[in-house]
Design a protein around this ligand. Structure first.
Ligand code: NDP
Ligand code: 2IT
Length: 447
């Protein structure tokens, strides 16, 4: 970074948190963008906005003790990172996955703050979770773990304080158990968790929101930046969880063909188009592996090692699994295959080297902070419906999702253009959000 204040801050964070590589990576992404504009904003250094925005407001770490089906006592680590309440209650998902560490949740909470500011709803940023591995656990074990996790988390949440939702390993089943126990502990029925099933006060379209929103964002960007659309495009999507499935559904609806999807063990390649009903049966109903896909559709071929999926010739790539899954080597394949756009359904799935290579080859790069904002956006609409004691129709919410995603694209595209950074959506999103958050911080004084 050219600016000495930014560089000094970044070095200090590196020294303070030397082992938190994902968190440092997320900070670096933003600082590199802010470096282009900071000379025009002496107030950022005067109020020390950068250090104050990078450090989470609160990190809660705790022990989660629960009983498995054999009556053995199990212990996991639980966290909630309350990154910023500058523009509303902390808001963001919970992740249950063995790879969860404090660093992972700090990066996710930091990114969530930026993402949420784009929605124009009053939501701050947070993220939580545990290194608990839901794979292979019985329903009763999942419930037992969720209840044990909530026994601690409930102290720190509430509709005006912190409103969790789902993320990797946390879907409607887990949200139901978490919500049921939260009500038991607090004797309150509130809008303090989103992503619930509609039978217990959730919003229509929340399940579909992140994936649908991603496809709407892609269509808006393709239209403006390449004068084309998803129609007739061949799309590869990593993951086969909540985000991937509904991204695939809306890609198909908008005329594209999804030719490959994956899980952490392997991927399926199906030139005729992936059969989404089969994927839903495998993943949502049976909680099984994508390896079984050829049992449902003989056109699909299964291959081990999900990383090889990026070698498939396609027009658009949507990483929708996890952080740093799309590295420089993978991007080289996308470049060779003349992919025109990469849009992140996952949070920070592309490495810094991968992003640099995409930009070098003028491949449109849509960062997750903007492109996957549809999930939290509809979480915000779930809170809004609760507050109004009403429910909206699927079509109404879906239309709001689409128009919000188009607006997010327009906002960040315009910011990039205004600063002469042309098609750099990463610059656009970072600077657009940073300026909003900085303004909110300065207005609220030194607190
Ligand atoms: P799910 O748990 O529903 O699905 C995750 C998918 O990613 C699975 O197919 C899983 O495969 C795969 N995956 C997870 N970890 C790894 C890994 N280490 N290596 C390879 N594959 C992996 O999660 P979501 O779909 O909800 O989340 C996916 C991404 O989208 C995450 O980055 C999340 O933060 C982000 N996101 C989610 C939102 C939401 O509303 N749910 C909103 C915005 C972003 P397997 O089953 O084999 O583990
Ligand atoms: O990363 C994300 O935006 C989410 N996991 C969704 C957060 C939410 O509060 O709906």
């Amino acid at each position: 970074m050219k600016n000495t204040y930014l560089e000094k801050q970044y070095q200090a964070f590196k020294k303070r948190y030397p082992n938190e590589k994902e968190y440092l990576q997320a900070l670096h992404h933003v600082l590199v963008s802010v470096d282009h504009i900071i000379d025009d904003h002496p107030e950022y250094e005067a109020y020390n906005v950068v250090e104050r925005l990078m450090e989470p407001e609160r990190v809660i770490a705790f022990k989660v003790t629960w009983l498995d089906d054999d009556n053995r006592v199990q212990v996991n680590r639980g966290y909630r990172v309350q990154h910023s309440a500058l523009i509303g209650p902390y808001k963001g998902g919970l992740r249950f996955h063995p790879s969860v560490t404090q660093s992972v949740l700090k990066f996710l909470a930091f990114e969530q703050t930026f993402k949420n500011s784009l929605t124009n709803l009053a939501m701050g940023g947070g993220k939580g979770g545990s290194d608990f591995d839901p794979k292979g656990k019985s329903d009763r074990e999942i419930m037992s773990f969720c209840q044990a996790y909530m026994r601690e988390l409930f102290h720190h949440m509430g509709e005006d304080v912190d409103v969790p939702a789902g993320d990797i390993g946390v879907g409607q089943r887990e949200i139901g158990y978490l919500y049921g126990y939260y009500k038991k502990l607090t004797n309150q029925v509130t809008k303090s968790i989103t992503g619930k099933d509609t039978s217990i006060g959730g919003s229509l379209v929340r399940k579909e929101a992140t994936g649908y929103g991603l496809a709407y964002f892609v269509n808006a960007a393709l239209k403006k930046m390449k004068n084309t659309s998803l129609k007739d495009k061949r799309v590869i999507i990593s993951g086969s969880g909540n985000v991937a499935i509904y991204a695939a559904e809306m890609v198909r609806e908008l005329g594209g063909t999804v030719i490959a999807m994956s899980d952490s063990s392997g991927y399926i390649h199906c030139e005729k188009g992936v059969d989404l009903d089969a994927i839903k049966t495998i993943k949502e109903e049976k909680r099984d592996r994508i390896e079984t896909y050829p049992d449902y559709d003989a056109n699909g071929k299964y291959h081990e090692d999900p990383r090889h999926m990026w070698t498939i010739d396609a027009d658009i790539a949507l990483p929708c699994a996890t952080q740093n899954e799309l590295d420089e080597d993978a991007v080289k394949h996308l470049v060779d295959n003349e992919v025109i756009m990469v849009a992140e359904g996952a949070n920070m799935p592309t490495t810094e080297e991968g992003i640099a290579l995409l930009k070098k080859h003028n491949i449109i790069f849509a960062p997750g902070k903007a492109a996957n904002a549809g999930g939290v956006l509809v979480s915000g609409l779930e809170m809004a419906q609760h507050a109004q004691f009403t429910t909206w129709t699927f079509d109404k919410i879906n239309e709001k999702l689409k128009s919000h995603m188009e607006k997010i694209f327009e906002d960040i595209y315009k910011t990039a253009k205004d600063y002469g950074e042309n098609d750099d959506l990463q610059f656009g999103v970072n600077v657009h959000s940073f300026k909003k958050l900085a303004k909110a911080m300065i207005q609220q004084g030194i607190v």
